[in-house]
Design a protein around this ligand. Structure first.
Ligand SMILES: *Cc1c(COP(=O)(O)O)cnc(C)c1O
Length: 408
C-alpha cells in the first residue's frame, strides 16, 4: 500500500456559511447552511503549516491525496480513490499566436474523464466517513458519471437525474457504473428540484454542486496542484468554464489558504469566469455589479457542462472574480466550436466544448486588451474531448481496386 494509508491528522476545525459566516461543527452531516447557502470547510492553518512542509510533498504519490493535510478526510480508510492523478500543463503556443504563455491544464486525464472526479471523490469519501448509504444528484453528465463510479466503489447507492438532452455517452456511462439514472424533460435546475423533493420519500443525501461542503475541497486541489506545478508562484490569469463554479471557488480558496501559510507570495491570479452567450448569468451579474445572479431563462449552449441557469454559489463565484481583479465573459457557441477545431488541428489537443470555451474567451479577451500578451495564462480543459460528438468522417477506400494515391 502507498503512504496514503498512514494515519494522518486532518486540520478541519469547523464549517462556515459562505454568506453569513456562522459556524457548524465538523464531523457531522451537513447540507446547506441555515441561510440556505454553501458551507465552507475551515482548517487550523497554523497547525497545518507546522505539520507539513512543501518539500514533504515531493516524496508522496503524484495524486491529489498528496495534499491530504489540506483535505477533510479524517480516517484514510475512508478514502475512495480511482487514481486521481496530477494533470499535466500542456503548452499551446500556436493558439496564442506566439504572443503569450498559454497552457492547457488537461483535466481529461482524471478517472471518469473529467475533473468532476476531484470533487466527487472527496464528497464520496466524506459520505463514507459520515456513514451515508444512499446519494442522489442532478447532472449535465460528467458529475453523474463520477458519482456513479465513486459511489459504486464505496458501495453506496446512487440516483442520478439528467436533462433529457444529456449526451448519450454520459447517460450510458452513469448506468454502466452502477447508478440508477433517469432522463428528465427539463434542465439541471429541474433535476435538482427532483432530488430535493425526493429526499423525504427516499432518504437520500443531496450531493448537488455546493449543496454539500466537500466537492469544493476536492476541486480545491486544482489550485494546490497549479501552485506546486508553477514552483509555488502562480500564473497571471486563469480562465475557468463556469457552471456551478465549484472549481473557481475551490481554487480561490486554495490560493487564500496557501497565502495564509506563506507557501505562495506575490499577486494571486486573476480569475476569469467564462460562460456561453446562451447561458451567462454570472457574466450578467458581474457586469451589473450585483452580488447574486438571477436565473437565466431558456439556457442553451453546446457546452453542456456550463449550462447552469442558476448557481447556488453565485455570490462566491462573483466574490472570487472581483477579489482577484478578474472578470466574467461570455463566448458564442460558434467561437467555442471554432476554438475546439483549432486546438485539435493546430496543437493536437482535443478539448471538450467547455475547455474550448476558455480558449475562445482567451482569444476574445486578448483582442479586447483585458488580457495582455505578456501574461501567463492557464486554460482549464475539464473533460476529455473523447466524450463529445465529433464531426463525421465520410471518406472511404475500396481495397479491392487500384488506388490513385496521388488523389488522397
Ligand atoms: C461541470 C463541468 C464544468 C463546470 O464546472 P463547475 O465547477 O461546476 O463550474 C465545466 N466543464 C465540464 C466539462 C464540466 O463537466
Amino acid at each position: 500500500m502507498d503512504n496514503t494509508t498512514d494515519q494522518h491528522p486532518t486540520f478541519v476545525t469547523h464549517l462556515e456559511c459562505g454568506l453569513e459566516g456562522d459556524h457548524y461543527p465538523a464531523d457531522q452531516l451537513h447540507g446547506l447552511s441555515k441561510a440556505g447557502k454553501p458551507l465552507l470547510v475551515k482548517y487550523d492553518l497554523q497547525a497545518l503549516s507546522q505539520a507539513v512542509r512543501k518539500e514533504d510533498l515531493l516524496a508522496r504519490p503524484s495524486d491529489l491525496w498528496r495534499y491530504r493535510e489540506f483535505l477533510p478526510v479524517r480516517n484514510p480508510v475512508n478514502i475512495v480513490s480511482l487514481g486521481e492523478v496530477m494533470t499535466p500543463l500542456i503548452p499551446v503556443p500556436r493558439l496564442s499566436q506566439g504572443r503569450g504563455v498559454l497552457l492547457v491544464k488537461d483535466e481529461g486525464r482524471l478517472p471518469t474523464g473529467s475533473f468532476k472526479a476531484r470533487g466527487i471523490c472527496m464528497a464520496v469519501s466524506m459520505a463514507k466517513e459520515l456513514g451515508l448509504s444512499r446519494i442522489a444528484m442532478p447532472t449535465n453528465g460528467n458529475a453523474g458519471a463520477a458519482l456513479a463510479a465513486y459511489a459504486s466503489r464505496a458501495q453506496i447507492e446512487s440516483y442520478v437525474f439528467c436533462p433529457a438532452d444529456t449526451p448519450e455517452i454520459n447517460v450510458r456511462e452513469i448506468a454502466a457504473q452502477g447508478a440508477k439514472v433517469w432522463r428528465v424533460n427539463g434542465l439541471i435546475n429541474d433535476c435538482g428540484r427532483l432530488v430535493g423533493e425526493g429526499k423525504q420519500a427516499m432518504n437520500w443525501f443531496d450531493l448537488s454542486t455546493l449543496k454539500e461542503p466537500y466537492r469544493i475541497e476536492g476541486k480545491k486541489t486544482m489550485g494546490l496542484e497549479l501552485a506546486e506545478q508553477f514552483g509555488w508562484r502562480l500564473p497571471d490569469v486563469i480562465l475557468y468554464p463556469t457552471g456551478g463554479g465549484t472549481g473557481l471557488i475551490g481554487m480561490w480558496k486554495a490560493f487564500q489558504e496557501l497565502k495564509e501559510i506563506g507557501w505562495v507570495d506575490g499577486p494571486l491570479p486573476r480569475m476569469v469566469a467564462v460562460q456561453a452567450t446562451g447561458c451567462a448569468p454570472i457574466v450578467r451579474a458581474f457586469e451589473s455589479g450585483a452580488e447574486h445572479a438571477p436565473l437565466w431563462e431558456n439556457a442553451s449552449t453546446v457546452a453542456a457542462g456550463i449550462r447552469v441557469p442558476a448557481a447556488i454559489g453565485d455570490f462566491l463565484i462573483l466574490r472570487a472574480v472581483r477579489e482577484s481583479n478578474g472578470f466574467a465573459t461570455a463566448v458564442s457557441d460558434e467561437s467555442i466550436l471554432a476554438a475546439q477545431r483549432q486546438a485539435a488541428e493546430q496543437e493536437g489537443v482535443l478539448l471538450c466544448p467547455e475547455g474550448a470555451a476558455t480558449l475562445a474567451g482567451y482569444q476574445q479577451e486578448l483582442a479586447s486588451g483585458r488580457i495582455a500578451a505578456e501574461e501567463s495564462v492557464v486554460l482549464f480543459n475539464c473533460a476529455t474531448g473523447l466524450k463529445y460528438p465529433m464531426p463525421p468522417v465520410t471518406a472511404q477506400l475500396d481495397c479491392t481496386r487500384p488506388i490513385d494515391y496521388g488523389d488522397l
